[in-house]
Design a protein around this ligand. Structure first.
Ligand SMILES: *Cc1c(COP(=O)(O)O)cnc(C)c1O
Length: 392
C-alpha cells in the first residue's frame, strides 16, 4: 500500500533522541529553547513557544488573544477540526467563512462580505483563523488589511505550511498576523512525533503563550505580581494547562528542521511531476497555485471535474483497493455531528461542500518515487474512466 503521507527518519534523528535519553533532562532541558530558537530564526519571527501539539498551540493562541465567552472566532470549514475546536475550548462561538474551491483556502471576498454583514449585526469576530491549506499560504496581506478595517486579530493555522513562503518571506514570520502555529505531527512536513509551536512578534503575547503552556505559572522575577518568598517561589497567575513539549521531542524536531528545505524542495519536485502527468487530463485538476506563494506541499490534492458524491466515493474506494491509499481533506468541519448540534446545516458553505465531494488527496512524501507516481496517475485515470462510463 502506498500511504498518502509518511515521515522520513534518518540516523541523525535517531542519534539526536538517544543523546537526550542519555542526558540529565528528559523534559524541560536545553532542547526546548534550542528548538524554539531554530524555528523562529528559520521563520524570521521574534518569539516561539513549543507545545505538545498544534491543537494546544491553537488553544493557547486563542487564550493569549483573550478569546472568551461572548467572543466570536471565524475559521475555514476546509480544515481539521482543531482549527475550530480551539475557539470552543475558550467558550467562544465559532463560525465559518466559505473557501475558494480552486485553492481550498478561505476566500477573502467571502470574508469581506461576511464582515460587512457582521458589522451591521454587531457580530464581528474577535479572531479569524486562516488555514494555509495543503501548504499554500492564504492571501495574508488582504487578510491583514481587513483585520485593520474590521478590528480583528489573526492566528495563522500553518500546520501544513512550515518551509513555505508568502511574497518571498517565510510562512511564520507573523508580518500579517498576531500568532502563527505549526504542527509537527508525523504526517506533516517535519515531525517531533507529537508537537506544535506558536510564533509571534509580540513580547506580551509570547509571555502569555508561555504562561498558558504551563499551568499559568511563572517564576520569572520580572513577571511576579508579589514580592518573592524565596528562591523556590512561583506564582500561578492564570488558569493554564500542561501543554509542554519534552526535550526528547524537541531534539527530534531540531534534527528534522535541518532537513526541512530538502523535504520541501523534494515535495515541490514531486508535485511538479504530478502536475505534468495530469496536464493531459482535463477531467482531473490540481489545485490552483498562487504566483506569490512557495507551497510547502503538505498535501497534493486534485479535484475531479464532473464529480458526484457517488463517483467521488467510488474512486477513493477503488484506489485504496488498488493499493493507493488516497484520502479526502476535508469534510467541512460544520458538517460534523458535534457542529450540526450547534445548528449548522448542509448548504452553509456551498464551495466547501462542492470541493469536498470532488477532492482527492494523492500520496505525497519525500520518499515517493516517480515510478509510484506513474502508477498512481495511470491507475487514477483508468479507474475514473471506468467509473464514469459505468455511471452513464
Ligand atoms: C494536523 C492539524 C492540526 C492539529 O495538529 P496536531 O499537532 O495533531 O494537534 C491543526 N490544524 C490543521 C490544519 C492540521 O492539519
Amino acid at each position: 500500500m502506498i500511504p498518502y503521507g509518511k515521515q522520513v527518519i534518518s540516523q541523525s534523528d535517531i542519534d539526536a533522541v538517544i543523546e537526550v535519553l542519555n542526558s540529565p533532562w528528559l523534559t524541560q532541558g536545553p532542547k526546548i529553547p534550542e528548538f524554539e530558537s531554530s524555528v523562529r530564526q528559520y521563520c524570521h519571527a521574534n518569539h516561539a513557544t513549543a507545545v505538545n501539539s498544534a491543537t494546544s498551540a491553537l488553544h493557547i493562541a486563542c487564550l493569549a488573544l483573550d478569546v472568551g465567552h461572548n467572543d466570536i472566532v471565524w475559521t475555514s470549514p476546509n480544515s481539521f477540526v482543531a482549527s475550530a475546536n480551539c475557539a470552543l475550548y475558550c467558550g467562544a462561538k465559532v463560525d465559518f467563512v466559505d473557501i475558494d474551491s480552486n485553492t481550498g483556502n478561505m476566500c477573502v471576498n467571502n470574508l469581506e462580505s461576511k464582515l460587512i454583514s457582521a458589522r451591521e449585526n454587531n457580530a464581528l469576530p474577535k479572531v479569524v483563523i486562516p488555514v494555509h491549506f495543503a501548504g499554500q499560504s492564504c492571501d495574508m496581506e488582504t487578510l491583514h488589511n481587513l483585520s485593520v478595517e474590521y478590528n480583528f486579530r489573526i492566528i495563522e493555522d500553518a500546520s501544513h505550511a512550515i518551509g513555505g513562503q508568502y511574497k518571498n518571506h517565510p510562512v511564520g514570520n507573523c508580518q500579517y498576523s498576531d500568532i502563527c502555529i505549526f504542527s509537527f505531527h508525523p504526517v506533516k512536513i517535519v515531525t517531533s512525533a507529537e508537537g506544535g509551536m506558536a510564533l509571534t512578534n509580540s513580547k506580551e503575547l509570547d509571555e502569555k503563550l508561555k504562561l498558558y503552556r504551563s499551568h499559568g505559572i511563572t517564576a520569572d522575577p520580572h513577571l511576579l505580581e508579589k514580592d518573592s518568598d524565596g528562591p523556590w517561589y512561583y506564582e500561578q497567575q492564570a488558569l493554564g494547562f500542561n501543554y509542554r513539549m519534552t526535550d526528547l521531542h524537541a531534539a527530534l524536531g531540531i534534527s528534522q528542521l535541518n532537513q526541512l528545505n530538502q523535504f520541501v524542495s523534494k515535495r515541490n519536485e514531486l508535485a511538479a511531476y504530478y502536475d505534468a502527468l495530469f496536464i493531459k487530463h482535463d477531467e482531473i485538476r490540481p489545485l490552483t497555485q498562487s504566483d506569490d506563494v512557495y507551497n510547502a506541499y503538505h498535501l497534493y490534492v486534485v479535484r475531479i471535474a464532473n464529480a458526484t458524491p457517488l463517483l467521488h466515493k467510488q474512486i477513493v474506494t477503488e484506489l485504496r483497493a488498488k493499493n493507493i491509499f488516497c484520502h479526502v481533506h476535508y469534510i467541512p468541519i460544520y458538517l460534523q455531528p458535534y457542529y450540526r448540534q450547534k445548528g449548522f446545516q448542509q448548504g452553509y458553505c456551498p464551495n466547501a461542500e462542492a470541493y469536498y465531494h470532488s477532492a482527492v488527496t494523492l500520496p505525497l512524501f519525500p520518499e515517493l518515487t516517480q515510478q509510484e507516481q506513474d502508477y498512481i496517475v495511470a491507475t487514477f485515470v483508468e479507474t475514473l474512466t471506468e467509473l464514469s462510463n459505468a455511471e452513464k
